[in-house]
Structure formats: structure tokens, C-alpha cells
Design a protein around this ligand. Sequence first.
Ligand code: SF4
Length: 268
Amino acid sequence: MTIRISQRHLKILETCPRQFEYTYCDRLTLPMNPTQQAKTQLGSDFHLLMHQRELGMPIEPILARSPQLNTWMQAMLQTAPALFETDDRTWRESEHVRTLEIDNYLFTAIYDLVILHPDRADIIDWKTYPLPKYKKDLDREWQTRLYLYLLAETSDYLPKQIKFTYWFIQSTPQPKSVTIDYTLKQHRQTQTDLGVLLAKLTHLLDAYHSHREPFQQVAASMGVCQNCTFAIRCNRDRPDLAATDPLTSFDLDLLPLLPIRSHSIADN
Ligand code: SF4
């Protein structure tokens, strides 16, 4: 059986294998608070708005209903008018899906917008929050890495012909963008890292399904548990735990690489 893998799977697996288990194997989810829910809904609405616009469907009724969406839309049109221009030599599609099968894993990416020029390809991603302080790390995010990798692997474009641009809609005084270039060296590194991560996932899934062996917890000293929704379940809800490194945690890199076998887990 093939397992679908998205950038979110990779991000969570890399952050904490136990969180991956709770989320995708055990299907444990916690309800969002109303504020988070409202933000998530507005973000989804903006993506839907941009999709409808790309499809040539009327968006005025949506803009009339939502002053916030209207403000964001106008800000984008004023800040980056060239992004919305079309011509006969480019092909563009929103909510563009690409997949790539490696062993029993099906990597899947849904691009907010892809613009293919004769000599280059642009990946566009909408973020409905301000430009974060950690922008220097965007090129290390699995969304960036996987989306660039999949486009390079499934098209005739060379890595150096592909760029990834994040647009942070809520930045002030106008939306801000960060563009990430791609290189053959980065492409090869992503390929290597994906192979290592998949081999580890295969091992963890095998142990989980064969012996109900839980996935490892991230080391408490990494400091990620306090912001995790499973902190109480993991007994990691005390700030002082971040200073210690319990024996139950160990470095995922120490796991042996095992052959890939078939498993089934839910996608997000
Ligand atoms: S609380 Fe920590 S160990 Fe538990 S799932 Fe979350 S990140 Fe992993």
C-alpha cells in the first residue's frame, strides 16, 4: 500500500516522531480555540478567493462580504500587479497538484499558484500572516524544500530555473515577499534527506505496527514540547523539563536504515 506524504508530514516527523504518531497513526486531534479557528477560516477563504480569481470566476460577491479579504486582495494587486498579468507564453494554475512516488511513498504537493515560463518556473505561496522574524530559515522549511524538489523532479526545468516566492499578505504597510532560489546542490541534498527520513519512518512504522512500539519523543531539551498540543499527554507541560534530556528521548539519527515496507496512515 502506498503512503501519501505531504510537507506537513515531513515537518512533524522531523520535529517529533511521537507527534507524528499521535497525529497520523493514532489520529488524535484537539479542537482549535475560537481565535485560531477564525484565523484558519480566513486563511482558507483567501486561498479560495485567489483560486476563484485564477479560474476566472467572479470574486466581487466574496469581496463585498468580507472587508478583510477585500483589503488583502487590493493590497496584493497594488503591490505586485505583474504577478496577476497573463500572456500567451506562460501557463499558470492555482491549487496545482504534483505527486512523485518513491518506493511506497507518494509525495504530494498542492501549490497555491504555479507559473511556468518558457525558461523558468515560479512557485507562489500565500501566507495570511505577517513576514515572520525567522525568514532566514524559510529555505529550510519542508514546504519550500519539497515543493521545489517535486517541481524539479516532475518537469523539464533545471533546479536553477525554479524559484519559490512566499507572499506574506498581512505585512505592513504592504504585503512582503521572500523569494528562494534553487540549485542542483540543494536538490541533491533534499533527495538525500528525504531518503534518510523515509527510511526512519519505515522503521518507526514497522515497530509500531508489529509490536505497538511508540514513536520516539523529541528530546525535552529541544524546547518544542511546551508549544505542543500533546504536552500534557506526554508529561512535558512543565517548563523546567526543557532543561533536561530524559533517557526516553534519543536522537532519531541513531536509528538504523531499514528496507521500506507497506503501511497505511492517514494523510492530513
Ligand atoms: S509534547 Fe513533546 S514529545 Fe510529546 S508529542 Fe509534543 S513535541 Fe513530541
